[in-house]
Ligand binder design. Sequence first.
Ligand SMILES: [Zn+2]
Length: 61
Amino acid sequence: MNKKACTNCHFITKENVCPKCRSTSLSEDFSGIVIMFDPENSAIAKAMSIKEKGRYALKVR
Ligand SMILES: [Zn+2]
């Protein structure tokens, strides 16, 4: 099964519902994967409003 990215919070998942924000708006059309280990000290995490560890898509269409 293909991975999808949440169009709301950009979290990458294989589920049909985002486990982070419960959004059902998921897209297979995403690019760039960011693995967030330390979101509290990451400029990218701040820019993307990420507060939890995990894998996120940079761009989701
Ligand atoms: Zn989400």
